[in-house]
Design a protein. Structure first.
Length: 242
């Protein structure tokens, strides 16, 4: 086991899949070519530290992108635990986090402190849908306004230490070399590269995994495999708050 340890993994998949069909992502024909990297937030590192709160940190990082404000991931985690139907279980899922963002919004932070006014619904989301194929995720990045996509996946043991295939360019190992599942993890896709045939991931582990401003590449074929192993991919429709 890597020095990071399974305590940094905290995505617990829902025990049913009704949300995938009821709120399925609707995409047109697959895009011809996509080559996009979205700028990651710099207001807050969104480092979850030694907690299983990856869902709240990854989701808050995406909300930072939409709203241009830093947000309190620990508040979001606590509220998600109130609605996820898994009391006493460490970790949660994007379905619960999005339920909170629709109903309560999010709590903005300024200079590392929460605003005194509390959570604000205008910093929440209008809706969210669930992509279920690589091409559906590609279409999100091919849109006029590309946006990050949250994925909840089984995290394989070798992925704690990505491979540097080229100077400064890191990749997750192929499934046949990556070992067994170490647990569930929520992470954001912030890049889409048809040239690499891969999605670019940005983690919530500070600079302890790879340097925080670098993406780590997940091959499309691996994402296909993950979809067949209990993965989900959340596409957020933000409120008009920018």
């Amino acid at each position: 086991m890597s020095e990071y340890g399974a305590h940094l993994l905290g995505r617990v998949a829902p025990d049913d899949s009704w949300h995938l069909q009821l709120h399925a992502f609707s995409a047109g024909p697959p895009p011809d070519h996509v080559e996009v990297q979205i700028k990651r937030p710099t207001l807050d590192q969104y480092d979850q530290g030694n907690t299983p709160h990856c869902v709240a940190y990854a989701t808050s990082k995406v909300m930072n992108h939409f709203n241009q404000f830093a947000f309190d991931a620990e508040w979001l985690y606590a509220r998600a635990k109130e609605v996820d139907g898994m009391p006493g279980v460490d970790g949660t899922n994007a379905r619960a986090a999005c339920d909170v963002l629709r109903s309560k919004g999010h709590w903005r932070r300024i200079k590392g402190k929460n605003t005194k006014t509390g959570p604000d619904k205008k910093h929440g989301i209008e809706s969210n849908t669930w992509a279920q194929t690589v091409d559906e995720i590609r279409s999100v990045f091919a849109a006029p306004k590309p946006q990050p996509v949250l994925i909840g996946i089984d995290w394989l043991s070798a992925w704690f230490q990505p491979v540097e295939k080229h100077p400064g360019e890191y990749w997750l190992q192929d499934v046949d070399r990556a070992g067994s599942s170490a647990g569930g993890h929520e992470i954001g896709i912030w890049g889409c590269s048809d040239e690499r045939q891969a999605f670019g991931l940005s983690n919530t582990w500070g600079n302890g995994w790879v340097r925080g401003d670098r993406l780590v590449w997940l091959p499309y074929k691996t994402m296909d495999w993950l979809f067949g192993h209990n993965a989900d991919a959340c596409v957020v429709k933000d409120l008009a708050s920018r």
